[in-house]
Design a protein around this ligand. Structure first.
Ligand code: GLV
Ligand code: MN
Ligand code: MN
Length: 398
């Protein structure tokens, strides 16, 4: 089965007929279908499949002669953001399987295990913590803490995992014996377009985080309450969103309020509460702390003018990641690929922070659009990515 055939297999899984985007949230039927698909295509290739108690998966290509050499891991994720694109995640998984096909067709025999991994809840779209699967596997988060997280419907993560037939007490994947990790990913910007090349290598991931802003006010009648008598948390939120945009522009960093919840969410009432989630990304850890502080401070100042209250809670913070520079240089030399930074988060960042030498390959995205149904990569570039990953694995596993 070629790359194109695998890509077609995934086309309808979790796809919205309205937007054409994907809803592949973890521990839902769409994600179970993707997990079953991964098991089918990897077992059909004679790979040895491991699925852990959270749903993380690895399919191993073992060398003919048993080897104690450290394994090479590649792969990505199959979950999506809400109404996401087809490529963010699945491109890395499908390319990894296709790269094994390419290596086999070339007659390549690895001298160490090569694994294709799929980490669950990479986007944190359901339980709010990005890269949950890889955080649990590397021990940077614990199951005891994670299981208490709730989704938007109030369902505990522990219950969602159990309802999908998985049992974390059976254990999580072990990355002992993994010598390096390479994640191929669609580029989520326009760097490669500007450079006119199909493939790049990552240098670093900007530090980034998600912060919950709780604005408390006083519910009241939209008609009879005089403007000067209101304690309107929507107003404080709106001014804070403007402040976030301004502060990020001034500092040349990134700040986004992409999600809000309003209570009681009625047209003819001043709301009692607004909860908004800030996504902030900066070129250094200090710049991130300063940006979030500046936005929080301006929000609080505005709250005191509006008679409302603001509290800010960090929900998911990922520090800066500098990928192994020697590994990046040695992979870039394979195809004279450029080495470029990214502002997007990845499981590769979590594995790198856990001390595993890690690299990423990016595949050109002609518009740079991502986390959107419009995310795209040309088939020729995807196939160039497969060849690049095959060359990379050949270099690392021989
Ligand atoms: C994940 O893709 C993120 O950058 O939030
Ligand atoms: Mn993403
Ligand atoms: Mn991704």
């Amino acid at each position: 089965m070629t790359f194109e055939a695998m890509w077609r297999d995934l086309h309808y899984v979790g796809r919205s007929a309205t937007s054409g985007g994907y809803f592949r949230q973890p521990w839902t039927s769409a994600e179970s279908e993707l997990r079953a698909w991964f098991a089918e295509v990897t077992v059909a290739r004679g790979l040895e499949l491991e699925t852990d108690g959270m749903g993380n998966q690895v399919a191993w290509w073992r060398p003919v002669a048993p080897s104690d050499l450290p394994a090479v891991l590649t792969g990505s994720h199959l979950d999506s953001v809400l109404d996401g694109g087809a490529y963010d995640g699945p491109l890395g998984v499908v390319s990894a399987i296709a790269a094994i096909d390419v290596l086999r067709a070339r007659g390549f025999e690895p001298d160490r295990p090569i694994g294709v991994s799929v980490f669950t809840e990479e986007e944190g779209s359901r339980f709010g913590l990005a890269c949950l699967g890889s955080r649990l596997v590397t021990g940077s988060s614990t199951w005891e803490e994670a299981r208490e997280r709730r989704d938007r419907d109030g369902i505990f993560l522990g219950d969602a995992v159990a309802a999908s037939g998985l049992d974390p007490s059976t254990g999580l994947l072990s990355l002992d014996g993994v010598g390096c990790f390479v994640e191929l990913h669609v580029e989520q910007g326009r760097d490669l377009v500007d450079r006119d090349v199909a493939v790049g290598v990552a240098s670093e991931i900007w530090p980034h985080g998600r912060y919950r802003f709780d604005f408390e006010g006083e519910a009241n009648h939209a008609g009879t309450t005089r403007m000067e008598d209101r304690r309107d948390p929507m107003l404080t939120y709106a001014m804070t969103a403007l402040a976030a945009n301004k502060q990020a522009r001034l500092a040349e960093q990134r700040a986004t309020f992409g999600r809000i919840e309003v209570a009681p969410n009625g047209t003819n009432a001043v709301p009692s509460r607004v909860t908004a989630w800030l996504d902030a990304r900066c070129e250094s850890d200090d710049a991130l702390a300063e940006l979030v502080d500046a936005i929080s401070r301006q929000g609080s100042e505005r709250a005191s003018l509006d008679g409302t209250q603001l509290s800010v809670t960090a929900e998911s913070v990922s520090g800066s990641v500098a990928f192994d520079p020697d590994l990046a240089r040695s992979l870039a030399a394979i195809g004279d690929w450029p080495i470029i930074p990214t502002q997007a988060g990845h499981d590769a960042g979590i594995l790198s922070a856990a001390g595993i030498p890690t690299a990423m390959l990016f595949v050109r995205n002609p518009t740079g659009v991502s986390h959107s149904p419009d995310e795209f990569a040309e088939m020729a570039d995807c196939l160039a990515g497969v060849e690049a990953l095959a060359d990379t694995l050949a270099k690392l596993a021989s």
